[in-house]
Write a protein that binds this ligand. Structure first.
Ligand code: MN
Length: 494
């Protein structure tokens, strides 16, 4: 995160894992985007180009295919500037143009009611089915937006973070992209559950304080033993559990940290499946395994295709520690999932393209997300929080901002109904027109056909732009004609 955000740094990063990449194209895409976004700034005041550059750097740091990194530099150009997809296609060819087209179709995050939200989600699933690489760009885009979330107003922070946690991260998880999922979750966590975030962080720090030398000691011990048994260990690395995943586990284990055995784990990569099982046996000879904690996800992969052997052992000091044993191919799968094909490993090679299994899973993910959305609505802890849903007597749903009144409701139905409303029944009770509506209210508007127009005082309590607009414009037409013509002339003079 502290890496300098320059095109030179990006090029250097890409060169390290993909020396044969088209670096001229990368540089060209940067110049092209910087030029198109010239004069635009982000909420933080920085030049806009910082954002696509940072998103591209996030993917490059994960060693993602340079073509996708190049498209990421251009991802906001068609939506935010005068430059079109056709211009991009002329300069960068159809593959990059198609990726940019895909991301543009998804649109920007603009929450405008749950129906449009679900519509946007559907668009996302369609784009995902057409080309799953688009999701990599979307995730990187979102990760950078989360990294810079502090410059937005709190309401927006909460909504974007919650959406990342409840929608984007689970999709990344279902696609098997653990790295993306983990980053999205840890960045969003502090905005959605600030208190819990602080608590989880504190517990984690206390538990891990001073443990580094111990972890290194265990890594070396395991490696020595495996090598002595003739296993060519490719890598062995300890890692802490990610904060949000730790927090979720803490809840599942009734807040008992002692029941969390994978607070840190040592990951071992060995060449073959046979080596995986052999390594497990060697570790168990060295340290006593904990009963019921040996998991064979190689013969029985997780639903998202995750494969590994897991075991928790008691070390010499009676501490528990988890080992995860897998092949490099399984590791690629575990970290990058369906995107593994576009990820370069340590040796600069990539997994072969596999069947397009995500298309099959898409319907399933979509169903899950939509169920989740309706759950959230019930719990009232979601992006819908700033919106309420009320009903017409016929049962049609109307989506209004919080504290909207019967007048807002009336104008939402039709401007004539707004102009002529004189009263309202909410849940069969007569109420005054300024009564704030609540989620689930059934609203009936009483209309007086002889009414001349709205009351100017309504402006003091209405919440929607529609209502304000209609009240104001009818006020104007009630003005004496000579004032109207002055206003008209003034407008023309502008
Ligand atoms: Mn963007």
């Amino acid at each position: 995160m502290t890496a300098p955000k320059t095109i030179e740094h990006l090029i250097k990063t890409v060169t390290l894992y993909a020396p044969h990449a088209d670096l001229d194209m990368l540089k060209l895409a940067y110049d092209f985007a910087a030029n198109a976004h010239r004069g635009q700034t982000r909420k933080s005041g920085e030049p806009y180009i910082i954002h696509p550059l940072a998103a591209a750097q996030i993917l490059a740091d994960m060693r993602i295919d340079p073509t996708i990194v190049t498209a990421t530099l251009l991802h906001d150009v068609p939506e935010d500037t005068l430059v079109t997809i056709d211009d991009i296609e002329k300069n960068f060819g159809s593959e990059i143009a198609n990726l940019v087209r895909g991301i543009t179709k998804l649109g920007k995050l603009k929450y405008r009611g749950v129906e449009r939200y679900i519509e946007n989600l559907r668009k996302m699933f369609v784009a995902m089915a057409e080309d799953v690489r688009v999701m990599l760009i979307k995730f990187a885009d979102r990760i950078h937006n989360l990294q810079t979330l502090h410059s937005l107003p709190p309401q927006k922070q909460y909504r974007i973070a919650l959406e990342s946690l409840e929608i984007y991260a689970p999709i990344a998880g279902r696609l098997g992209m653990a790295e993306m999922k983990g980053q999205l979750e840890d960045l969003a966590f502090q905005y959605v559950y600030p208190k819990e975030y602080q608590r989880a962080k504190k517990i984690m720090e206390e538990k891990l304080f001073g443990k580094e030398p111990y972890l290194r000691h265990m890594e070396r011990g395991a490696e020595r033993e495996l090598l002595a048994s003739g296993i060519s260990v490719i890598s062995i690395l300890g890692r802490n559990k990610r904060l949000y995943s730790f927090f979720q586990k803490l809840i599942r284990k009734d807040n008992d940290v002692a029941k969390i055995y994978d607070l840190f784990a040592i990951r071992i990569l060995v060449p073959t499946i046979a080596d995986c099982y052999a390594s497990l046996g060697i570790l168990h000879k060295l340290w006593k395994p904990m009963r019921g904690r040996i998991k064979d996800y190689i013969s029985q992969p997780k639903p998202n295709h995750y494969q590994s052997l897991h075991t928790t052992i008691f070390d010499d000091q009676g501490e528990v520690i988890e080992f995860q044993i897998r092949t490099p191919e399984m590791h690629e799968e575990a970290e990058y999932g369906v995107a593994a094909h576009w990820h370069y490993d340590e040796r600069g090679s990539r997994l072969p393209m596999r069947e397009v299994r995500w298309v099959k899973e898409l319907a399933e993910i979509q169903k899950e997300m939509l169920t989740k959305l309706s759950d959230l609505e019930e719990l009232k802890v979601d992006f819908l929080q700033t919106r309420i849903f009320v009903f017409t007597p016929k049962g049609d749903v109307i989506d209004l901002p919080e504290d909207a009144t019967p007048v807002d409701f009336a104008y939402h139905i039709h401007s004539d109904i707004g102009d002529k409303c004189t009263g309202a029944r909410v849940n069969d009770k007569l109420v005054s027109l300024e009564t704030p509506l609540k989620n689930g209210d059934i609203v009936e508007i009483i209309v007086d056909k002889n009414r001349k127009g709205p009351n100017e005082d309504w402006l003091n309590f209405v919440k929607t732009q529609t209502a304000k607009y209609h009240i104001r414009s009818s006020q104007k037409s009630n003005l004496p004609r000579w004032i109207q013509s002055v206003l008209h002339r003034k407008k023309e003079a502008k």
